[in-house]
Design a protein around this ligand. Structure first.
Ligand code: S3P
Length: 421
């Protein structure tokens, strides 16, 4: 299978931005308009929960019109299901605690295994009341009169979900919040707050949020998901004769570090039409098949928060490049939708753990062991390998797993098959 003509593809909106703009629309002065919302199950989980709480959504000409006049008017009598989505559970916990909604947040088996103490402890410092099952879901959020205990939080881990949960909680509760420590994670919440009129200042080492009025309403065309894009980008780099053009993709610097790494390794990637929309950087990404990729010696732990979701697919590419790469202490991968570090070690024969570092020896061969994973990003990594290797096959169950984050992957496959020579 070789595609000789350039493939142009439009990705659905970035998942992190989609969650945030849905939640922001529930807090804004009036109706908002959202174009190109992500269609994966994770974002649908956030949307469905907001509907259960009184939000109304209507789609007109591919634009979602939001109506928040009845938002947060309902104390739901059934548990709110976050499905597989950590962002839904962690960020909405902050929102619902601040809104004094009496409710229970539940998730699927994978989400029920993930650590929630990382949001519960700092939210409780700010005055929220949340019960959990030993710091795991289900989370019971109490309708409590918020009594501010502290307004200064030191983050000990770089997590955008934790940072966002605290920011939304404080914005809604009118708390003067000071965040410092590990604020070095994706910064969409800070940027969107600033752009919608919240009183937030973002410094190198700390963030300060002051009480402000309701957020401005907005119209947004969500740029394409850079994390999904990375699967197609790695495919195009590794598959002979490929030429791919992705239009209107999010390239926020806290998300596009992987592009920088690939360029440094010699990949043929060019950005076009760079713009700034609602504080977020956006561009078209052109990628061509590249031979002789060379691994960087070290991917430093300081870079990990900015490539965390892309490490599985990057690992596949690292195994094909030449040279040895050390990824410093990627332990956080164990706490994602599955233990992604273990999956990488099982999938990629030339990878190993040395002390706490992941070491991959590039050997110019593409060799991946098939593993049974219900984790969308691990499965997508395997599917990209199969596509390159021309032994692609997919089951109905696997399609459902991929649809957690990237349902339009199947539209890409269709385009690819049509262009096949
Ligand atoms: C996300 C933050 C990251 C990322 C996740 C999405 C977000 O998680 O892995 O897929 O939208 O805030 P952490 O906050 O746990 O690092």
């Amino acid at each position: 299978m070789i595609f000789k003509i350039m493939i142009k593809f439009n990705l659905k909106g970035d998942k992190s931005l989609s969650h945030r703009y849905l939640i922001l629309s529930s807090l804004s002065r009036s109706n908002c308009r959202i174009k190109n919302l992500a269609m994966g199950q994770d974002v649908l989980s956030t949307k469905k929960i907001l509907e259960k709480l009184g939000m109304e959504f209507e789609t007109r000409e591919e634009t979602l019109i939001t109506d928040n006049s009845e938002a947060y008017s309902i104390n739901p009598d059934v548990p709110l299901n976050c499905g597989n989505s950590g962002t839904t559970m962690r960020v909405l916990a902050g929102v619902l605690a601040a809104k004094n909604i009496n409710c229970i947040l539940i998730g699927d088996t994978s989400l029920s295994r993930r650590p929630m103490g990382r949001i519960i402890n700092p939210l409780e410092k700010l005055g929220a009341k949340i019960f959990s099952n030993n710091d795991k879901a289900p989370l019971k959020i109490f309708d409590s009169q918020i009594e501010l205990k502290e307004n200064f939080i030191e983050l000990d881990k770089p997590s955008a979900q934790v940072k966002s949960s605290l920011l939304f909680f404080s914005l809604i509760s009118g708390i003067h919040l000071k965040l410092n420590g590990r604020i070095d994670s994706r910064d969409h919440t800070e940027l969107s707050f600033k752009n919608l009129g919240a009183n937030i200042t973002i410094h190198q080492n700390h963030i300060e949020l002051l009480p402000s009025n309701n957020l401005n309403s907005f119209e947004v065309n969500i740029p394409g998901d850079i994390s999904s894009a990375m699967f197609l980008i790695v495919f195009a780099i590794l598959k002979e004769n490929s030429h791919l053009y992705l239009e209107h993709v999010l390239i926020n610097p806290t998300r596009s570090k992987s592009l920088e790494i690939l360029k440094k390794m010699g990949a043929d990637i060019t950005l076009h039409h760079q713009t700034n929309e609602l504080g977020e950087q956006v561009a078209d990404i052109e990628v061509k098949y590249t031979e002789n990729l060379k691994n960087l010696d070290l991917i430093s732990k300081d870079d990990l928060p900015f490539i965390i979701d892309e490490i599985p697919i990057l690992s596949l590419l690292f195994s094909k490049a030449s040279g040895l790469v050390t990824i410093e202490n990627p332990e956080e991968l164990r706490l994602k939708e599955s233990d992604r570090l273990e999956s990488i070690l099982q999938m990629i024969p030339s990878s190993k753990l040395e002390k706490s570092n992941l070491v991959i020896k590039g050997d110019n061969l593409l060799n991946v062991r098939s593993i049974q994973s219900e984790d969308h990003r691990i499965l997508l990594t395997e599917k990209i390998y199969q596509l390159i290797n021309e032994n692609f096959k997919i089951t109905k169950e696997e399609k459902e797993i991929i649809s957690i984050s990237f349902p339009e992957f199947f539209d890409f496959l269709e385009k690819l098959m049509k262009k096949e020579a």
